[in-house]
Ligand binder design. Structure first.
Ligand code: ADP
Ligand code: MG
Length: 248
């Protein structure tokens, strides 16, 4: 059993400004072990910044983010590297290395960071490619793959470090409509494995299906934090209501 009393991720009064512009304006948020939290909100509301703060692709302006109960605000250098090792991040634009094959993209960090042998890393890569349905694409370069396939390789790459936490930033927004389903299927399977996930997405049908909680942010603050059935059927905040109407 997991310990429901100690959150895996805990935002405490987090703020973030770019220069003098506040973008995250005081966020408190706890995410429990195995929870899948969908983050939605209008463009520019701070969704990407919020999840990038978790693995410190952006620095905090004030407040703290606790991971497994440990304060990370003061992390620098090696501590920051360790933090990132335990957190997978999947970008909208895949961000694969173009000069590496699918298998090499996945094997790279396990070799460099975990010190696995080339053989061990390749075997891990193959296992993960199988899991995302791409066993036959091991030797393909990103340019030889469709967007949906590239994103599945990117998910496999994130999983290669066996992270406790997975962050997704609009993982299907750059995809042609016919490829969205294959990527959502992979994410849906992951959601069932008990890994803790923060998912920024505009796919509200998908959100409703996988989310344990939905968070609506606007102007850098959380306006709603509710179970999906409540969020989609009885949204209280007028701005969240307007947001949902626009997506229909
Ligand atoms: P969302 O993902 O919800 O669209 P973002 O977190 O990307 O929102 O951005 C929130 C706000 O912060 C926007 O106004 C955006 O223009 C601004 N912003 C994002 N990244 C930077 C940056 N690196 N420098 C300056 N402003 C930024
Ligand atoms: Mg964004």
């Amino acid at each position: 059993m997991t310990d429901s009393f100690s959150p895996v991720i805990e935002f405490r009064s987090v703020t973030k400004s770019y220069g003098t512009t506040p973008v995250i304006r005081g966020i408190d948020l706890s995410v429990a072990q195995g929870e899948v939290v969908v983050v939605c909100g209008p463009s520019g509301s701070g969704k990407s910044t919020l999840i990038r703060l978790v693995n410190r692709l952006e620095s905090l302006t004030s407040g703290d983010i606790l991971i497994d109960g440990h304060s990370t605000a003061s992390y620098r250098g090696a501590a920051l590297q360790r933090l990132r090792t335990g957190i997978g991040f999947v970008f909208q634009q895949f961000n694969l290395y173009g000069h590496l094959t699918a298998a090499e993209n996945i094997a790279l960090a396990p070799r460099k960071v975990l010190g696995l042998s080339a053989e061990e890393a390749l075997s891990r890569a193959r296992e993960l490619l199988k899991r995302v349905g791409l066993s036959d694409k091991e030797a393909s370069y990103p340019s030889q793959l469709s967007g949906g396939q590239q994103q599945r390789v990117a998910i496999a790459r994130a999983l290669a470090m066996q992270p406790k936490i997975l962050l997704f930033d609009e993982p299907t927004s750059a995809l042609d409509p016919e490829m969205i389903g294959e990527v959502l299927t992979v994410i849906r399977q992951l959601a069932e494995t008990g890994i803790t996930m923060l998912v920024v997405t505009h796919e509200m049908g998908f959100a409703r299906e996988i989310a344990d909680r939905v968070i609506f942010i606007d102007g850098g603050v959380i306006l709603e934090d509710a179970p999906p059935e409540q969020f989609f059927l009885a949204t209280r905040h007028p701005r969240a209501q307007r947001f949902l109407r626009q997506l229909l």
